[in-house]
Each structure stands twice: as C-alpha cells, then as structure tokens.
Write a protein that binds this ligand. Structure first.
Ligand code: HEC
Ligand code: HEC
Length: 236
C-alpha cells in the first residue's frame, strides 16, 4: 500500500519537474471539501481555526496563508526550531506550507508538532485549498475532539512504556527510521497522547491503529508516550 503510494509520489515528482506543472499546482487544484475532511481527521484535534476558540495543543491557524511563522502571540508552545525560522522572517506561503505538511520533521527539525506528514501531494493540495478558503465559518470542520487536560497531564512511566512498546516495534522502528510505517520516536509527549486518543476515539481513520489504541488505557498511552519521547528521532 505504502509502496504504491511511494511510486505514485515518484511519478508526481517527475511531473513536478516538467515545465509549468508547479505553477499549475500553485493555482490550487485541491478540493476544499476533501480538505475539510482531512482537517477534521488529521489536524482539528490539535488546532483551532479561529483565534477565539479554546486553545489547542498547537496554535490556532486562522488566516494561515501569508501569516508569519510562529506568529500567534498568545501561544506559548512554539519550539526553538520554529522560532528560529520566524527570526529569519519566514511566512507560511503555499510552498513552505506544502513542504512542512508533507514532512514536518524534515522541513523543521526539532518541531514539537507530533504529526508525521500527509501521505500524498494531492492530500496536501486539498488541505491547502481548505485552509485558503477557511474563514470563521469553517467551524463545522472542527471535529471538537480534544483530549482533556487531566489526561494530557498523566505522568507516563518510561519503563512500563518500554515494556508495552514491544507490540509497537513489530511495525514502528525503535531507531526512528520510517520504512512504510511512520516514525514515532522523539515526539512531544502531549502530541503523542493526543494522536493515540484520536485513534482510540476513531477520529483518525486508520483501522489498525484504532484497534491497537482501543486496547490501551490512558495510563498505558502516557507510558508509551514517555518511552518513545526518550528515543532519538530518525536522522534525515
Ligand atoms: C498532535 C498535535 C498536532 C497535529 C495532529 C497537528 N499539529 Fe500542527 N502544530 C502542533 C504544534 C504543537 C505546533 C507548534 C510546533 C512548533 O512550535 O514546533 C504546530 C504548528 C503548526 C503550524 C505552524 C503554525 C505557526 O503559527 O507557525 C502549522 C501551519 C500547522 N501546525 C499545521 C497543521 C496542519 C495543517 C495539520 C493537519 C494536517 C496539523 N498541523 C496537525 C500540533 C499538531
Ligand atoms: C500492525 C502494524 C502497527 C502496529 C503493531 C502499531 N502501529 Fe502505529 N501505525 C501503523 C500505521 C500503518 C500507521 C499510519 C496510520 C495512519 O496513516 O493514520 C501508524 C501510525 C501511528 C502513529 C501516528 C503517526 C503519525 O505520523 O501520525 C502513532 C503515534 C502510532 N502509530 C503509535 C503506535 C504505538 C504506540 C503502537 C504500539 C502500542 C503502535 N503504533 C503499533 C502501524 C502499526
């Protein structure tokens, strides 16, 4: 499955080089409705679309296109990495956003955003089309799913997490390399916990991860988050 996606990506990369292809993509070939679905499944658990909304794990993303990087003043959680980029005067134009959403850790090594990246260039275009159009009325795309503060605050036991991780390592590599299965090492623990709960509550669609997360208690998820946070991120 991933392998197919990969070769599709290679084909796209080939097209990308062809004259004019990049500017055609730039013009916005994405479907904002599909982008809204992706938003609800992949982003809304951590981000709001309106400055007035309850603060999530990540900064709100209202009026994102053209906004300065790390530019939400009331948000205290920005990483050094994102702030350093902001110091260079970077803004979220379509190119930067596309690269970041495909591979956050490669684009901004050291980001605290616990998200391995969108699977395809077309998903990225859909999401960008949605974000471009999203005004205050896009609130229907807020899934409303948030992990309660008490749950995020659970202190995970690293040793227990290491024991539980045996099950995960049949698919996810402990050395942080991603070979078809996303890397989950070196994540911010609160992001890790949020994503696991999103699978458990079936907000995130992957059936394998839904089944695995359904068997885990809040404490077990916290322990896994604590353990995987101690492992190094993949070298790029
Ligand atoms: C598990 C939580 C989580 C998920 C899921 C997530 N994000 Fe983030 N996001 C964050 C955090 C935390 C930050 C702050 C990162 C930093 O400072 O390094 C962030 C930062 C960002 C930024 C930079 C904002 C700024 O003000 O500079 C953008 C853009 C962004 N996320 C878009 C998205 C999109 C689009 C999705 C869905 C495809 C998504 N994120 C999914 C947690 C998340
Ligand atoms: C049978 C293989 C398999 C096992 C076992 C497995 N995973 Fe996964 N995991 C996946 C796949 C495939 C994905 C990508 C799912 C998607 O696209 O949403 C994933 C995604 C994830 C993600 C989100 C990654 C991202 O970039 O958004 C986290 C976190 C995660 N798994 C944690 C775990 C933990 C913790 C365990 C052990 C308790 C575990 N997984 C066991 C296959 C597995």
């Amino acid at each position: 499955m991933r392998r197919l996606r990969l070769s599709f990506g290679v084909v796209l990369a080939g097209l990308w080089g062809a004259a004019g292809a990049a500017s055609a993509m730039e013009a916005g070939t994405g479907d904002p409705v599909r982008g809204g679905e992706l938003w609800a499944q992949q982003c809304a658990m951590c981000h709001a679309l309106s400055p007035a909304a309850e603060e999530g794990l990540g900064p709100h993303l209202a009026d994102l296109i053209g906004r300065p990087v790390a530019g939400v003043e009331g948000y205290a959680g920005y990483s050094e990495a994102l702030r350093a980029l902001a110091g260079q005067g970077a803004v979220w134009d379509v190119e930067r956003l596309r690269a970041f959403l495909r591979a956050p850790y490669r684009e901004v090594p050291g980001t605290r955003m616990g998200f391995g990246g969108l699977d395809s260039a077309s998903d990225t275009d859909h999401l960008i089309a949605f974000l471009t159009e999203a005004g205050p009325d896009a609130s229907t795309a807020e899934s409303g799913f948030r992990v309660p503060r008490e749950v995020l605050a659970i202190e995970g036991e690293t040793d227990w997490g290491e024991f539980l991780a045996a099950e995960c390592s049949t698919c996810h590599r402990r050395d942080g390399s991603a070979d078809g299965i996303p890397a989950i090492t070196g994540w911010d623990t609160r992001s890790f916990v949020t994503v696991m709960h999103a699978y458990r509550e079936k907000v995130r669609p992957n059936p394998t991860m839904q089944t695995i997360a359904a068997r885990l208690s809040d404490e077990e998820i916290a322990a896994l988050a604590a353990y995987f946070a101690t492992l190094e991120r993949a070298p790029h």
